[in-house]
Design a binder for this molecule. Structure first.
Ligand code: CP
Length: 305
């Protein structure tokens, strides 16, 4: 499988075989340090929205493989401030780097960047749309902690309307015969377009606002933050913030081998008291980002075929 020069924009662009191949390369990356694999390659990281994990793990992955990094963590110090367009910014970055990672608040921005660039573009989150590299590390984590991806009962909880991580992950897991439980207040439920996609693929799903109604059935509970920055109306955010707060009171109501995931950052939806239980895998999940991002960089830069 050849990924050289390929853009990573949406999980919709990848077949099941391709997803499994990336996971296989990620595993190889975890086993082997490969300190010179990306020698003489430069990665540009253009972050127009805040990030801790995605940006730092891309930087770390690139440097661990012998590559170099450049870029910005906020657009405030760039010529965007003077009115330069995203298109022109990408035209410049592609002249200075071998690949570009971009996070931007506008849906479709990564696709636009890919049109402007002859170098590979990796989407690190475009608004409420997609976050494909997060999804790959989520799949990697599920495979590791459950030993499989097939036939799992997956709960998605929180802001499912604006949550790009749940959108990407739902599409990816659809290849593996899951049953989904979408747990959110009605106003923050999964967008109809994703539910229609599931119906078309004959994937079973159930929607509810009440976690307790389904908690005993779940193999994975994927928790997300109510995202203040996505609400146009602050009054709406006030209505839903704090709607789910998981703590050890949940434990009698779940399977012994349930794994709780979260793309992070968390606010108050998972209490620290759950961190040291056998269920919590969210920090391990974030750490897995290094292996998966090493794999993606090596593939799109043509150093692994
Ligand atoms: N999961 C994730 O995208 O985290 P950051 O926003 O910190 O990058």
């Amino acid at each position: 499988m050849n990924f050289e020069n390929r853009d990573i924009i949406s999980i919709h662009d990848f077949s099941k075989q391709e997803l499994l191949y990336i996971l296989k390369i990620s595993k190889l990356m975890e086993k082997n340090p490969n300190p010179n694999l990306l020698n003489n390659k430069i990665l540009a990281t253009l972050f127009f929205e805040p990030s801790t994990r995605t940006r730092l793990s891309f930087l770390s992955a690139m440097e661990q493989l012998g590559g170099k990094v450049m870029g910005f963590a906020t657009a405030g110090m760039t010529s965007i401030k003077k009115g330069e367009t995203l298109w022109d910014t990408i035209k410049m970055a592609q002249a200075y780097a071998d690949a570009i990672v971009i996070r931007h608040p506008l849906e479709g921005s990564a696709r636009l960047a890919a049109e402007a660039s002859s170098k590979p573009i990796i989407n690190a989150g475009d608004g409420a749309n997609q976050h494909p590299t997060q999804t790959l590390l989520d799949l990697y984590t599920i495979q590791k902690v459950k030993g499989k991806l097939d036939n799992l009962h997956i709960g998605m909880l929180g802001d499912l309307k604006y949550g790009r991580t749940v959108h990407s992950l739902t599409t990816a897991l659809s290849h593996f015969n899951p049953k989904f439980y979408f747990i959110a207040p009605q106003a923050l439920q999964m967008p109809q377009t994703y539910l229609d996609e599931l119906k078309e693929k004959k994937i079973k799903f159930f929607t509810t606002a009440n976690l307790m109604k389904v908690s005993k059935k779940l193999d994975i509970l994927y928790v997300t933050r109510i995202q203040k920055e996505r609400f146009a109306d602050p009054v709406e955010y006030e209505k839903y913030k704090g709607v789910y707060k998981l703590d050890t009171k949940l434990l009698p109501h779940i399977k012994k081998d349930l794994k709780i995931m979260h793309p992070l950052p968390r606010v108050d939806e998972i209490d620290k008291s759950l961190d040291d239980t056998q269920h919590a895998v969210y920090f391990e999940q974030a750490a897995n980002g290094i292996h998966v991002r090493k794999a993606l960089l090596s593939l799109v830069l043509g150093r692994i075929k």
